[in-house]
Write a protein that binds this ligand. Structure first.
Ligand code: AMP
Length: 213
């Protein structure tokens, strides 16, 4: 099963992608996490990526395409994957289409007013990358990751000021992908303004026929 999950920052892509990955045993490939790992490990490329990410801008296509294709060439992706946060531009989508076929693009739609509280309430684990929300999906112990016990953080780019930029970039660069994938009959729209389990159930209904792929 080869899937892409699309949506604005805060739409719930990461949460739903992880649930799908766990349920169907496919890797969850989040380009934001790949880039944050590159920053943490002090790679040259990480320093370049950071300068874009901290301003809420997209990291240049060449860097992201190269990193993503490299990750997808690993053995664990042979039987499927779910891509979260990629593609984000038409160029990324076109270059990806030249190399990989996909089964479906899940587009999670959430109104902009909801996105702001979703993102500013988000808390992330810098170690295992698990994501929480202070109200909707809190950790068992405040400020501590359930999975690995690390202190949770508010990501630098999850502040309201940077989010405004990220939303603008989403409308300008990423929204055109909905048309690109609609023309290829790959889009499935999901209402993301519901609780996590309800969204998960809808996605499950939509993808269950792909299980043997
Ligand atoms: P995310 O964790 O998906 O919200 O991504 C965080 C940031 O990483 C984005 O705001 C971008 O700066 C960068 N990023 C992640 N994926 C991509 C991508 N496919 N193309 C360009 N930049 C990306």
């Amino acid at each position: 099963m080869k899937l892409i999950i699309l949506g604005a920052p805060g739409a719930g892509k990461g949460t739903q992608a992880q649930l799908i990955a766990d349920k169907y045993g496919i890797p969850h490939i989040a380009t934001g996490d790949i880039l944050r790992d590159a920053i943490q490990s002090g790679k040259m490329l990480g320093a370049t990526a950071r300068s874009f990410m901290e301003r809420g801008k997209l990291v240049p296509d060449e860097i992201v395409i190269e990193l993503t294709l490299r990750r997808l060439s690993q053995d664990d992706c042979k039987n499927g994957f779910i891509l979260d946060g990629f593609p984000r531009t038409l160029r990324q989508a076109k270059e990806f289409t030249e190399r990989h076929e996909i089964d479906m693009v899940i587009d999670i739609h959430v109104d902009e007013s909801v996105l702001i509280s979703r993102v500013t309430g988000r808390r992330s684990c810098p170690h295992c990358r698990e994501v929480y929300h202070v109200k909707i999906n809190p950790p068992r112990k405040e400020g501590i990751c359930d999975r690995c016990g690390f202190d949770l953080i508010l990501r630098d780019d999850d502040t309201e000021a940077i989010l405004t930029n990220r939303l603008r970039v989403f409308h300008e660069e990423t929204e055109p992908l909905i048309e690109y994938y609609s023309e290829r009959n790959l889009i499935q729209e999901i209402d993301g303004d519901r609780d996590i389990q309800a969204i998960q159930a809808s996605i499950d209904d939509t993808i269950s026929h792909l299980v043997k792929k």
